[in-house]
Design a protein around this ligand. Structure first.
Ligand code: UDP
Length: 311
């Protein structure tokens, strides 16, 4: 297969690129490098089945030759990024999704949307099954990401229904692992980097809010299976083991053997209080479930940051 991955220089896009290349496919990676980094693709230099195109997918996407898949992974995805880049975030989720769908239609390619657990907002149903419609503040600071992804899902289903484009939608829950940026702003990378540098761990609020953390290799495996399945409706992929943010801080301190203190910082506006995927559907449809537990995943992430953090 010859596939296009938008956001290929990002954390998930680059791991997904590796996965398709490992299975013998040809990958065209596209990114405008606003939050992605060429370093995530540096190991692919000289690979004849990979090529990189610098392009902002919010603008018309022109690709020569056939395509079998268009996987739309481009978007700022860390809260600090979409707070800083609200208009780009809205554009890549709306115009970017429209352009990527138009390309998939023109090429008769399968379209795959990277959506998010943020479509559930600050959820009032727990854990979250795909049938839950969510609880999102459209005009709050996170609304730019949440609503863009909700629009992207609606647009994807419209192209499926009107143009019979073969579409898939994954709702990705919190994911961590090698290639996260040190300054990504998300909780796992923040805590690991702070612990390794001997700086205080910045716990927002009292750390009683929960998240369920999926190691990147598990997530990519779920996405790869969903891409190859015939399931059109949105599917949650994530790890259902749920932890408070304080518990996460304590695991990071134990595994890094760091003596950093934990300090409390103001809770961001509209920060979801709980989050846990209901993965019944992924289990039954894809035969998928995560296999890397938090301690193992954190250990691999810590080892990677130890190697990649400057002095
Ligand atoms: N968080 C924290 N300290 C940090 C970064 C994040 O306590 O340095 C909290 C944040 O308030 C949220 C959770 O960790 O409750 C996960 O935040 P993240 O930005 O990783 O992703 P989110 O799930 O909110 O999109």
């Amino acid at each position: 297969m010859r596939i296009l991955i938008t956001g290929a220089a990002g954390f998930l896009g680059s791991h997904l690129t590796d996965r398709f290349l490992a299975d013998g496919h040809e990958v065209l990676g596209m990114d405008n490098l606003v939050t992605g980094s060429r370093a995530n693709l540096a190991h692919l230099a000289g690979n004849p089945r990979f090529s990189f195109v610098l392009h902002d997918v919010s603008r018309f996407i022109a690709v020569e030759g056939p395509l079998d898949g268009v996987l739309h992974f481009a978007s700022p995805a860390s809260p600090i990024d979409y707070l800083e880049l609200p208009i780009q975030t809205l554009k890549v989720g709306s115009l970017g999704t429209h352009n990527a769908l138009g390309l998939a239609l023109a090429k008769r390619a399968r379209f795959f949307l990277a959506s998010t657990s943020e479509v559930y907002g600050d959820p009032q149903v727990h854990p979250q099954p795909e049938s839950y419609w969510g609880h999102v503040n459209p005009v709050g600071p996170r609304g730019v990401y949440d609503e863009a992804k909700r629009f992207a899902e609606a647009m994807t289903m419209a192209y499926h229904r009107v143009h019979a484009v073969d579409t898939r939608i994954v709702r990705i829950f919190n994911t961590y692992g090698p290639r996260m940026r040190a300054r990504d702003g998300r909780v796992v990378s923040n805590f690991v980097v702070q612990a390794l540098k001997g700086e205080p761990l910045t716990m927002y609020g009292e750390g009683q809010q929960t998240r369920s953390f999926c190691f990147v290799s598990d997530l990519i495996d779920g996405i790869y299976r969903l891409f190859h399945s015939d399931h059109v409706e949105p599917t949650n992929i994530g790890n259902p083991r749920e932890f408070t943010v304080r518990q996460l801080a304590e695991r990071v301190l134990a595994l890094t053997r760091s003596s950093s203190p934990i300090v409390s910082r103001p809770l961001p506006t509209d920060d979801p209080k709980v989050r846990q995927p209901d993965i019944t559907k992924a289990r039954s449809l894809l035969g998928w479930e995560p296999s890397v537990d938090l301690d193992e995943g954190l250990s691999r992430t810590i080892a990677w940051f130890r190697e990649h953090l400057g002095p």
